[in-house]
Design a protein. Structure first.
Length: 378
């Protein structure tokens, strides 16, 4: 049986619930062997994004923490590693998947149970066959998206629309990356915990880990540290800074499992070290959640997490057990647990418009350059 310890209401494995779960993060004056990584990112400023922050962990150390560029197209202040970014779909893994993992570990969430056990309003033809595992592997048969922000006026109306959306495919048959599935899983987590997802994460994860710059609904006092995202011309009709970029998450009040978290590179490095430690000691089901499930056959998806595939943001040099995820605003996080490696890249590539897709090649190149820097010369 796992040895667990409750700390400030958080179920964390004994040994990583200590106030110092990872070594201190030290910014470096010189980037040393990572100079090519930083130089490449610098070359992409005002091309792929206004600004970016990167953190790389290797072994027991954070070996690179750097920032390039500026806050936004109309905000030329230089960014720092402490600049706060909208994580977009990294929320699915940093927040929602981790919450699910903790609830599975405590016996409160059954991966093979129907979603209807936890969300009775989730109704429609064949929906009784949709399991929690289907939601985590994006194989539920639910559509990818619908414009909740335009169809609903309140969070409650939006959730009702999600719950009654018809399946497009049979559960388990097809991979469709689905925000609607993540919103359904959000409801399951909230039903089990009796808390809004952000409150659960603040109390059980971010607070105990000391991630003081990570949360949904950032306060006004953070505003000057937050990189702006897009000039929203379809929903809120203003430049977004400090409110979630995703329109549907906005309609859900800024709190959802599919988008809504804001964070910094140093905070996410703390999370990354914690998660790699859990995987090494085989705790909190991290190994189970981070390997391919084969649902449907051929899918690259783990539980919540993704794994490398052709042209993925992991690049070409991550190991066979790598896992990670991306976010629409220009964020990504990748792990190679066999090397105790993580790569965190935060950008606001959607500023001033989402039309810029150069981040797709940047992510792959950064991952490969980091791996090159860590590979001894032959």
């Amino acid at each position: 049986m796992r040895r667990l310890l409750w700390l400030s209401g958080a179920l964390l494995p004994l040994g990583c619930a200590h106030p110092q779960p990872v070594p201190p993060i030290m910014a470096q004056q010189s980037h040393g062997r990572f100079e090519p990584v930083v130089a490449y990112l610098q070359s992409q400023v005002d091309s792929a994004f206004p600004g970016a922050a990167i953190a790389v962990g290797y072994g027991d150390s954070v070996v690179l923490l750097a920032a390039v560029g500026h806050y936004g197209a109309d905000d030329k202040r230089p960014v720092t590693p402490e600049t706060i970014y909208d994580l977009a779909s990294l929320t699915k893994v940093i927040g929602l998947t981790t919450a699910a993992m903790m609830l599975v570990d405590s016996g409160k969430l059954d991966l093979d149970a129907p979603a209807q056990r936890y969300v009775p309003a989730f109704q429609g033809t064949n929906k009784e066959r949709v399991t929690i595992k289907h939601l985590l592997t994006h194989s539920s048969g639910m559509p990818a998206w619908r414009p909740l922000y335009a169809e609903a006026k309140t969070r409650e109306e939006a959730l009702a629309l999600v719950d009654t959306t018809a399946l497009l495919k049979q559960p388990g048959d097809t991979f469709v990356y689905s925000d609607l599935g993540a919103i359904t899983l959000t409801q399951a987590v909230e039903a089990i915990t009796g808390q809004r997802l952000n409150d659960f994460l603040d109390a059980r994860l971010f607070g105990p880990l000391g991630m003081t710059a990570t949360r949904s609904l950032p306060p006004e006092s953070w505003r000057n540290r937050i990189a702006p995202t897009e000039n929203d011309t379809v929903f809120r009709h203003r430049l977004l800074r400090g409110e979630v970029h995703d329109e549907n998450a906005g309609r859900l009040g800024g709190v959802s499992g599919h988008a809504g978290l804001f964070s910094t590179a140093p905070d996410l490095a703390v999370f990354a070290k914690w998660l790699l430690h859990l995987r090494r000691i085989d705790s909190l089901h991290v190994r189970d959640f981070t390997h391919r499930q084969g649902i449907p056959p051929g899918s690259s998806r783990a539980l919540g997490w993704d794994t490398p595939s052709e042209l993925s943001s992991a690049g070409t040099k991550m190991g066979p057990n790598a896992f990670g995820h991306t976010g629409f605003t220009g964020t990504s996080i990748w792990f190679d647990p066999d090397r105790n490696l993580f790569i965190i890249l935060l950008t606001n590539r959607v500023n001033p418009t989402r039309a810029n897709t150069k981040i797709l090649q940047v992510r792959r190149r950064v991952a490969d350059l980091v791996n090159d820097a860590l590979t001894p010369p032959q």
